[in-house]
Design a protein. Structure first.
Length: 384
């Protein structure tokens, strides 16, 4: 039996209305995928840094997604694209090209200066903004790439501050300077040595190793004969820990001084009970306990990951959030649209206020000098 024409018309109208609601619902629920690349060493002797950095990025991704940011006509869903460069410049370049090919919307990283510098050219050429949370070689932001930013004090600031502190506060006059010949360690050692001499100190000897070494007997035997007040090491904790053990074995009483590469919780595991008030190190930024959002971030980090922060996790968190806020201001994840906002961004981060100068460096970055005691790394002074 055929239904009356009027009934068919009503049913048709209802179906059209429902279809319209369905389309509207889809439009309202449109999801815009935003891919943020993160690169650090996730394997090898520096993996503890890389995993720490990635954890900071993941916390930021969680927070950005919770904000339900509207970008490009829909709700942004931020996704982290983690990559391992093994702290190797060649691998870093390969990974950078991979992220370009995947058309990520931005990159947070790399961790090391030696990987960041070659990768930054690749990102610049493919139009992807990059914020490094930890690469401190001044060259990173001096290459003429307007897509490169940094949220931590560079070695020109850190090395000078540390040399001044060593000569004035520690009263050290005679130094031996050792570096690992990397894009991080060598420039930092050069800056430190130059400032030591400008501050009236004496560099008795320069020695060199590499970022894979663990045996420093030959170097330290030569150092012992010089009887320095302090040894400066430009490199990472994977070498500084064994170096401290071997210094004690040889009866070397000099203090060990270094940059943020040795300024980690891991140093106490690597160096054992040889790590204490004989070690001084500097970090770009305020001590975690003094950061505006530091204590709360530390609690959240420990609750989630069941481990201590090494060094850079709060900087990675802020770098990721800063990139997300630039996208929010631009209402777009298109690099061409949000890059101008990144250049003028003003963001109140865990580490403090973040704004960039014309080179892409964070403005007014402080430096914190730390030492160690039974409880771990302890801030001694902050230099603004």
């Amino acid at each position: 039996m055929r239904k009356p024409l009027q009934v068919n018309r009503i049913q048709g109208a209802v179906l059209v209305m429902l279809a319209g609601l369905s389309v509207t619902g889809v439009a309202q629920a449109k999801e815009v995928i935003v891919k943020i690349g993160h690169v650090a060493p996730l394997s090898g002797p520096q993996a503890h840094y890389g995993k720490d950095n990635e954890a900071g990025a993941r916390l930021a991704i969680e927070d950005l997604n919770a904000m339900k940011i509207q970008l490009d006509g829909g709700t942004a869903k931020f996704e982290l694209v983690p990559e391992d460069d093994a702290a190797d410049p060649k691998t870093g370049a390969v990974v950078a090209q991979k992220l370009c090919d995947q058309k990520v919307n931005g990159v947070v990283g790399h961790l090391n200066s030696g990987t960041t510098i070659p990768a930054s050219k690749i990102y610049y050429d493919c139009g992807i903004p990059q914020i490094t949370p930890s690469a401190t070689n001044p060259k990173v932001t001096k290459q003429g790439f307007d897509s490169v930013f940094r949220v931590i004090a560079h070695d020109g600031v850190l090395g000078v501050a540390l040399a001044k502190y060593a000569t004035s506060d520690l009263k050290a006059k005679k130094f031996v300077v050792i570096d690992d010949r990397t894009g991080y360690g060598q420039p930092l050692a050069d800056i430190f040595a130059k400032q030591v001499q400008a501050s009236g100190g004496q560099v008795l000897e320069r020695q060199y190793t590499n970022d894979k070494a663990t045996d420093f007997a030959a170097i330290l035997t030569s150092v012992k004969a010089k009887n320095p007040d302090a040894i400066f090491y430009g490199g990472m904790d994977a070498q500084a820990g064994p170096m401290l053990r071997q210094m004690k074995q040889l009866g070397i009483k000099a203090k060990l001084i270094g940059g943020d590469g040795i300024c980690t919780a891991e140093l106490m595991k690597l160096g054992g009970d040889n790590v204490g008030s004989n070690v001084y190190c500097a970090e770009g930024g305020m001590a975690l306990s003094k950061m505006p959002g530091g204590p709360a971030f530390e609690k959240r980090y420990k609750d989630k990951f069941k481990s201590d922060i090494q060094v850079y996790a709060p900087f990675v968190y802020d770098a990721t959030m800063t990139m997300g806020m630039a996208m929010k201001e631009a209402k777009s994840a298109d690099p061409k649209k949000y890059l101008p906002k990144l250049k003028t961004i003003s963001y109140k981060g865990v580490i403090g206020p973040i704004t960039f100068d014309e080179s892409g460096d964070v403005k007014n970055a402080p430096v914190t000098v730390n030492s160690y005691n039974a409880k771990g790394k302890t801030p001694v002074t902050t230099i603004q």
